[in-house]
Design a protein around this ligand. Structure first.
Ligand code: UD1
Ligand code: CA
Length: 451
């Protein structure tokens, strides 16, 4: 089976500089969501019709597809006709829209099944909604000789606005019936466009059969035409993803406020608190994530606790606590049983097991061993204004409060750095290094000054 995905429209109602189908929900473009569903349904032969913002849109496609070019957007019927050369009379063709990305693989299977079982030349998927405003309505024949048809919102006749069965714009066609119908579609409607749903009447008037698959759940078919609908579609997808995790044993205390993208895995007995955003990330079992945490591109091991923090492209080991208010920047690797506490920033650094930086510390471009303690306010000084350098801190070292380690520098195993030191030279194993001015107490200085 072949599929055509229509994505050439500009999406005027989005009021955007970008083509409509490149807008994202939960980290994926509308078009890629639809394409992923086709893959899931086992459909590999896919043609995407592009036009507005074509280069951007084509570059954003993650699947292996063929493209057809619609130079001018003259309507959905015209959009399918520009893909004509890819179509074959002897095969069934699924048509869907890039702006209706929530349709499920299960529905596509049902559509194929109904289409074949009923011997239809065209099968259209419909659904019911309390608010059909803006959608094309399904007008079913009431007497013999009438055809099943779709009337667009702008073309509704009196009384038809009450029809709450809508066209979802997901169709299955017999290849020959579609190819024969396309040249017969005419732009006789308020918009002056070539409407694909008009093929329903054309196909039936040639004596072939049209059918409807009435889908039970409107939420699968939210069409994204404006930003309000974009947010409605995001709600639907969010709910689907969160329910999948909850069914797999994850507690999500407020599913409304957890934004978890499709490419996230979470182990059982992990608790997700409100305000969590997870993208392209693996979270282990028995973790506590949130509140108010964003984790992207990372790997979070079992039994970790991440509170009010941001973690990007990093690894966190088992039983480690991060936050509140910590920032792990890309290429950081924190070992097991560590503490990365409040206002600690780690960047492009490896940290061994059992190391603690409890507060107000910057660890950048550093190789940090195990069992190390960073005192409050300690800083690896990795940048001289021109170049970045690395700091090496070996196992069991102790970095006193407010110490500056001026890279490149090595603090050897077990060494102690006195609080307030500015370290510019390597520190030997198990040594104490003090690099600050001695304290001088001037007795009675105040009294003398004031006379
Ligand atoms: C369409 C249907 C409507 C249905 C609704 C469901 C038509 C005429 N109407 O309306 O019956 O209820 O979807 O969401 O089909 N596109 C092109 N080239 C064009 C025009 C559109 O590729 O020349 C693409 C758009 O990028 C979009 C899709 O086709 O992805 C649908 O077009 P849109 O203008 O959004 O149609 P609707 O008014 O939503
Ligand atoms: Ca639409």
């Amino acid at each position: 089976m072949k599929a055509i995905v229509l994505a050439a429209g500009s999406g005027t109602r989005m009021k955007s500089g970008l083509p409509k189908c490149i807008h994202k929900i939960l980290g994926r473009t509308l078009l890629n969501i639809a394409l992923d569903t086709l893959q899931e349904a086992g459909i590999r032969d896919i043609i995407v019709v592009t036009g507005c913002g074509e280069e951007l849109l084509r570059a954003s496609v993650s699947a292996n597809v063929q493209f057809a070019h619609q130079a001018e957007q003259k309507g959905t019927g015209h959009a399918v006709s520009v893909a004509k050369e890819f179509l074959n009379e002897n095969e069934d063709i699924l048509v869907l829209c890039g702006d209706t990305p929530l349709v499920t693989a299960e529905t596509l299977h049902k559509l194929a099944e109904t289409h074949t079982k009923e011997g239809n030349a065209i099968t259209v998927v419909s659904t019911r909604t309390d608010n059909p405003f803006g959608y094309g309505r399904i007008i079913r024949p009431v007497t013999d000789g009438q055809f099943l048809r779709v009337v667009e919102h702008r073309d509704l006749e009196e009384g038809q606005e009450l029809v709450n069965e809508i066209n979802t714009a997901v169709y299955m066609f017999n290849g020959k019936a579609l190819l024969d119908a396309l040249p017969l579609i005419e732009p006789h409607n308020a918009a002056g466009e070539y409407y694909l749903p008009d093929s329903l009447e054309i196909i039936q008037s040639s004596g072939l059969k049209a059918g409807v698959l009435l889908a039970p759940d409107f939420s699968e078919f939210v069409g994204v035409n404006n930003r309000v609908q974009l947010s409605q579609a995001a709600e639907v997808l969010k709910k689907r993803i969160n329910e999948r995790h909850m069914m797999n044993g994850v507690t999500i205390t407020d599913p409304n406020s957890a934004w978890i993208s499709h490419d996230v895995s979470i182990g059982a007995d992990t608790v997700i608190y409100p305000g969590v955003i997870l993208e392209n990330t693996r979270v282990g079992e028995n973790c506590v994530i949130g509140p108010n945490t964003r984790i992207v591109g990372s790997d979070i091991s079992d039994f970790t606790e991440i509170d009010s923090s941001v973690i990007l492209d990093s690894f966190v080991g088992e039983h480690t606590a991060v936050g509140p208010f910590a920032y792990l920047r890309p290429h950081s690797r924190v070992g097991a049983r560590c503490k990365i506490g409040d206002f600690v920033e780690v960047k492009n650094s490896a940290i061994g097991d059992n190391t603690k930086a409890s507060h107000l510390t910057y660890i950048g471009d550093s190789d940090v061993g195990s069992g190390i303690n960073f005192g409050c306010g300690s800083v690896t000084v990795n940048y001289d204004g021109k170049k970045k350098f690395r700091t090496v801190i070996e196992d069991n070292a102790f970095i006193g409060c407010n110490a500056n380690l001026i890279a490149p520098v090595i603090v050897k195993e077990g060494a102690y750095i006195a609080a307030g030191s500015t370290i510019t030279e390597d520190v030997p194993k198990k040594a104490l290094s003090i690099a600050r001015a001695r304290q001088v107490n001037k007795e009675d200085w105040v009294k003398r000054k004031r006379g």
